[in-house]
Ligand binder design. Structure first.
Ligand SMILES: NC(=O)CCC(=O)C(=O)O
Length: 272
């Protein structure tokens, strides 16, 4: 059922540790953090989890570990979102489909329906994604309680043309599940802040914490407003973060500095 667009959105971010190659442990952890988030004094309208929370980057065994068609994930999250009446961006999971494994987000509405999905389109070579995963072939849009929004995954934030396309399509909030490690905290914060400022949109980014092999994931999940200010930021510990998005701020900022009216797309071509 489509809901009227509401002006405020309370979000909860599950900044969780992930046990590499242990879906059972990760499902249990996710379930317990979801229940804790739902019981917060200010009930969230939406909960978001990190990238590849079911398996972590166990890429050598990803074919055997990935969730076939996301069925297990859909069953858990559909039941949870319906029971609590909360929208969920189910991080991303390793999803097995047609013999390939994708890095996929499912979005659930308050009635437990999958409203949209998105499979990561830019695979991150530094972590060998392109050797083990298949890339998605379409961009991630959704509506949250009638609010136009968008989804990208981790490395995708390095591609400003993607977020700009989503903003031009009307997105007011960008959701970003991630597994982003040291030593690139500076890149993480700078790129997310740039995406918020240049597109005058909210950014809700959920990064995992903990270690996996050589990689040390720093958390620092971030919620930014359309002016690029920080509404919430995690540290390096496992925890749940909360923030309230006042969606009227998007229109206010877009009126104050009307970049979408001032763009000159006809001139944005190479040809030196
Ligand atoms: N999981 C990822 O896509 C990591 C991206 C990353 O760390 C980067 O620097 O980009």
């Amino acid at each position: 059922m489509t809901q009227p667009a509401q002006q405020k959105l309370n979000v909860a971010i599950l900044q969780m540790d992930i046990a590499i190659g242990e879906p059972e442990t990760n499902f249990r952890k996710l379930e317990s953090m979801l229940e804790e988030a739902a019981a917060a004094p200010v009930k969230p309208d939406l909960i978001i989890a990190p990238e590849m929370w079911n398996t972590g980057y166990a890429l050598d065994r990803i074919q055997e570990l990935a969730d076939p068609q996301g069925e297990r994930t859909k069953s858990l999250l559909s039941e949870f979102s319906r029971k609590h009446g909360i929208n969920v961006i189910a991080g991303s999971i390793a999803e097995k489909r047609g013999g390939d494994v994708y890095n996929t987000i499912y979005a659930f509405d308050r009635e437990g329906n999958v409203t949209n999905d998105y499979s990561k389109i830019h695979l991150f070579r530094l972590m060998d994604e392109e050797k083990h995963l298949a890339a998605g072939d379409r961009i991630g849009t959704l509506q949250v309680d009638g609010v136009p929004a968008a989804m990208m995954i981790c490395y995708d934030i390095r591609f400003p043309e993607l977020s700009r396309t989503l903003a031009l399509g009307g997105a007011k909030v960008l959701f970003v599940p991630a597994e982003w490690p040291h030593p690139r905290l500076h890149h993480w914060k700078t790129l997310l802040t740039a995406r918020a400022i240049e597109n005058q949109m909210f950014v809700v980014a959920c990064n995992r914490v903990g270690r996996s092999g050589e990689a040390h994931f720093f958390g620092h999940s971030l919620v930014l407003n359309p002016w690029g200010e920080t509404l919430a930021e995690g540290d390096e510990e496992e925890r749940i973060l909360h923030a309230t998005l006042d969606l009227s701020e998007v229109d206010r900022v877009r009126k104050t500095i009307p970049i979408f009216e001032d763009r000159r797309p006809g001139l944005y071509r190479t040809g030196f």
